[in-house]
Design a protein around this ligand. Structure first.
Ligand code: FES
Length: 343
């Protein structure tokens, strides 16, 4: 078994292949330098990848969980923070990339039926989850939307999954692919989330990964429906996610400053509009931990002692959000004037 190379969990991997999966989407295959098997992982897991510049980014694993190597897929984000552009613009084959993990905040929970929904590059964890559901013999369906057929990665893997299950494949070039009644790929138009949700049987679990807009629309469609909803968001703009979450907080106008008391440190900081709690906390606690800073790795999870947090992460489920016991301070916000954190 390949071992981490140092005590904080990072291990070296070698990039053995870079492949163009779709317009703007590259997949990287990462292998242990000694050729041994990397640790196995569960569907929904992601890894931290340290790029040649030192930037750390999180990517969902999307290959075979029992394979010796790992596969991740990276969408070039024109308005991103530079990580995806670095991957797309650097000759990486043969380079060493340290990784950490896998960790899983998006695991498959037991359910009577699964509804998988993917928007764009969100197909990476969703494909792994659908494969796992198929492996378990569970009842499931998959809906995958993209802005164009050429930008949609892993469509052949989705078709292969359908063909493994002996589902009929019926492709119409208008951009809608229906594989039996279980799988649909929709190009250039929004997925009909309301119809998908209304058809879901009681006891179903909905797993969705995609951009903020798709997930917000899905939450709205699921409101009132007795479905378990699990989401993972890809966002190049954490500020936009935070602002959207604030807007969602009933009774509170977005863009207001609030105070955060750090109970153990004995300090209070003000979080101004447009900044994160994490940034404000760092002015007095520079060593507070973070990684993705986009709300999906869990590194910055912090206990809330008082106040009303507003969640914008893709880790906590509805029950955890409602309890208000903890929050991801990289993207979370506050619906009260004051928040007290266990820091
Ligand atoms: S740093 Fe990853 S969830 Fe906050």
């Amino acid at each position: 078994m390949n071992r981490p190379t140092n005590s904080d969990g990072w291990r070296d991997t070698i990039v053995t292949q870079v492949r163009l999966e779709a317009e703007g989407v590259l997949s990287l295959t990462l292998a242990a330098p000694d050729g041994q098997q990397l640790p196995s992982w569960e569907a929904g897991a992601h890894i931290d990848v340290r790029l040649p510049s030192g930037t750390v980014r999180q990517y969902s694993l999307c290959g075979d969980p029992d394979a010796a190597d790992y596969t991740v897929a990276v969408l070039r984000e024109e308005n991103g923070r530079g990580g995806s552009a670095e991957i797309h613009d650097t000759a990486l084959v043969g380079r060493t990339l340290p990784i950490r993990g896998p960790r899983n905040h998006f695991p498959l929970h037991a359910a009577e039926h699964y509804v998988f929904i993917a928007g764009g590059i969100g197909i990476t964890p969703v494909l792994a989850l659908a494969r796992e559901a198929a492996r378990q013999g569970a009842s499931w369906e998959l809906h995958y939307g993209g802005r164009s057929a050429t930008s949609m990665a892993f469509t052949s893997e989705v078709r292969a999954l359908a063909s493994d299950l002996s589902l009929a494949s019926d492709l119409s070039l208008g951009g809608y692919l229906s594989l039996g009644s279980n799988i649909s790929l929709v190009e250039g138009e929004p997925l009909d989330l309301a119809a998908i949700v209304s058809r879901a049987p009681a006891g179903a679990a909905v797993y969705a990964c995609g951009p903020a807009g798709l997930l917000a629309a899905l939450r709205e469609s699921c409101g009132g429906a007795h479905l378990a909803l699990y989401t993972e968001q890809f966002s190049a703009d954490p500020n936009a996610a935070r602002a959207a979450a604030q807007e969602d907080a009933a009774g509170e106008a977005p863009g207001q400053a609030f105070e955060v008391e750090l109970a153990r440190t004995g300090a209070t900081v003000t979080v101004e509009p447009g900044t994160s709690i994490l940034e404000a906390v760092r002015t007095v606690c520079p060593d507070v931990l973070s990684s993705c800073e986009e709300g999906f790795c869990g590194t910055c999870e912090t206990k809330v002692l008082a106040g009303q947090p507003v969640h914008a992460d893709s880790i906590l489920n509805e029950r955890e959000r409602e309890s208000g016991a903890s929050m991801m301070i990289c993207v979370g916000s506050c619906a009260s004037r004051r928040l007290v954190l266990d820091l």
